[in-house]
Design a protein around this ligand. Structure first.
Ligand SMILES: Nc1ncnc2c1ncn2[C@@H]1O[C@H](COP(=O)(O)OP(=O)(O)O)[C@@H](O)[C@H]1O
Ligand SMILES: Cc1ncc(C[n+]2csc(CCOP(=O)(O)OP(=O)(O)O)c2C)c(N)n1
Ligand SMILES: [Mg+2]
Ligand SMILES: [Mg+2]
Ligand SMILES: [Mg+2]
Length: 320
C-alpha cells in the first residue's frame, strides 16, 4: 500500500468533536476556537529520504524542515505561530551539528516570526526531525483542497522544477555544481508563500495546496477532493531562466513530478483572479495561470505537444 492508500484506510469516518473543521485530508487540520480557527500540521524529515550529508549542511536541514511545515500553513491561508520539534539523533551526530540545525530553524523562524515552544529528544539510528506547527486564520477562511469549482482559474506561484533540478545537481558529481547556486538554494532554502496566501483573505473561496510532491500529484489531490476535472497547459507552466538553461533530459520530470518547490497551486473564480494577481504583485511574487477546472471525473489532463493526455499522480510517493 502506498502512503495515499494507507491514509484513506486509516482516516476516521467521523470526528467526535464538532470543533474539528478539517481532520485528515488537507495540508493541515483545523480546529474552531471562539474567535478564530487554529491550524495544525506535522511533517517529518528523515536522513537518506529527505536529505543526506551530500545535499545539505546541518543549517539547511533545520531551515528546510521548518520551511516545509510553514508551507503547509501557507497552503491553508494561515499565519504560522509556533512549533514543536521531535528529534531522533544517532550518536555520530555532534553537538555542533545539532546546534547548527537549530540555527537553521532559528533563521527561518525569525523571518516568519514564529516561536519554538517544545519538543522531544531521543536516540536512534537515523537523524529524524518531526515538526508540529500551529497557525491561526480568521474563521471560515481556511483554503481547503475541496474548494475548487468548475470554471475556476488554476494558478501557481513562482516557478516549478527548480528544487528537483538543484537536488539532481547536488547528487551528481558534476564539478560545476557551485555555478548553479540559484537552483541549489531553491532546494536547500525554499521560501514558503505565507505573505501571498495571507493577502488572499479578502476572498471567500480559494483552494490552495502546496507543491511538496510535484504538481501532477498536487493537481490530482485538488481534482479528487473537489470532484472536478483539471486541465493544465504544459506551455503555461512557469519555469525559471536558470532551469531553462540546464541541458537535461529530466526537465519535464523536474517540472511535473519534482516536488519540494513549496510553491502554491491554487484555484479561484475568474472574477477573483485579478485579486490573486494583485496579491502576488504586492508579495513580489509571480503568479501564473496554468489551466482551469471543469465539471468532470476528478482527473487531471495536460495539454502538451498539441495533444491532451491524462496526467496521473506522478510525484514522490512514500511506501511504494
Ligand atoms: N500516518 C498518518 N496518520 C494519520 N494521518 C496522516 C498520516 N499521514 C498523513 N496523514 C494525513 O493525511 C493528509 C495528507 O498528508 P500529506 O500527503 O503528508 O500532506 P502534505 O503533502 O500537505 O504534507 C494530511 O491530512 C495528514 O495529516
Ligand atoms: C537525498 C534526497 N533524496 C531524494 C529527495 C527527494 N524527495 C524526498 S521526499 C520528497 C517529497 C516531499 O516529502 P514528503 O515527506 O512527501 O512531504 P509532504 O508531501 O508530506 O509535505 C522528495 C521529492 C530529497 N529531498 N533528498
Ligand atoms: Mg502540503
Ligand atoms: Mg505531509
Ligand atoms: Mg508527500
Amino acid at each position: 500500500m502506498d502512503e495515499f492508500e494507507f491514509i484513506k484506510q486509516i482516516k476516521p469516518n467521523y470526528y467526535r468533536h464538532d470543533t474539528i473543521i478539517k481532520g485528515i485530508g488537507d495540508d493541515a487540520a483545523v480546529f474552531r476556537q471562539p474567535y478564530q480557527d487554529v491550524v495544525t500540521a506535522v511533517d517529518t524529515f528523515v536522513e537518506g529520504i529527505h536529505f543526506s550529508k551530500k545535499t545539505m549542511d546541518p543549517f539547511h536541514i533545520g531551515y528546510r524542515v521548518l520551511a516545509a511545515n510553514i508551507s503547509d500553513m501557507a497552503a491553508m491561508g494561515a499565519t504560522p505561530v509556533s512549533y514543536l520539534i521531535s528529534l531522533v539523533v544517532p550518536k555520530e551526530w555532534t553537538d555542533e551539528e545539532l546546534i547548527a540545525i537549530y540555527k537553521g530553524m532559528e533563521s527561518i523562524s525569525k523571518a516568519y516570526k514564529i516561536d519554538l515552544i517544545g519538543g522531544d529528544t531521543v536516540s536512534g539510528d537515523q537523524l529524524v526531525l518531526s515538526v508540529t506547527i500551529n497557525g491561526k486564520v480568521e474563521k471560515d477562511k481556511v483554503r481547503l483542497r475541496h474548494h475548487v469549482r468548475s470554471g475556476d482559474v488554476l494558478f501557481v506561484t513562482g516557478t516549478l522544477g527548480d528544487s528537483a533540478c538543484g537536488l539532481d545537481l547536488l547528487l551528481s558529481d558534476d564539478p560545476r555544481v557551485e555555478s548553479h547556486r540559484y537552483l541549489i538554494d531553491r532546494h536547500r532554502l525554499p521560501t514558503p508563500r505565507v505573505d501571498f496566501a495571507e493577502r488572499l483573505k479578502v476572498l471567500n473561496r480559494v483552494a490552495l495546496n502546496d507543491i511538496s510532491d510535484g504538481i501532477s500529484s498536487e493537481a490530482n489531490e485538488l481534482a479528487e477532493s473537489s470532484g472536478v476535472s483539471i486541465y493544465l497547459d504544459y506551455d503555461q507552466l512557469p519555469i525559471s531562466d536558470e532551469l531553462r538553461s540546464i541541458q537535461s533530459n529530466k526537465q519535464e520530470e523536474f517540472i511535473l513530478a519534482g516536488g519540494e518547490d513549496f510553491e502554491l497551486l491554487g484555484a479561484v473564480s475568474e472574477k477573483d483572479w485579478p485579486i490573486v494577481q494583485e496579491a502576488a504583485e504586492k508579495s513580489n511574487l509571480t503568479v501564473t495561470q496554468v489551466g482551469y477546472a471543469t465539471d468532470g471525473d476528478s482527473t487531471v489532463y495536460i495539454h502538451q505537444d498539441e495533444k491532451v493526455r491524462l496526467l496521473k499522480r506522478g510525484g514522490y510517493v512514500h511506501r511504494n
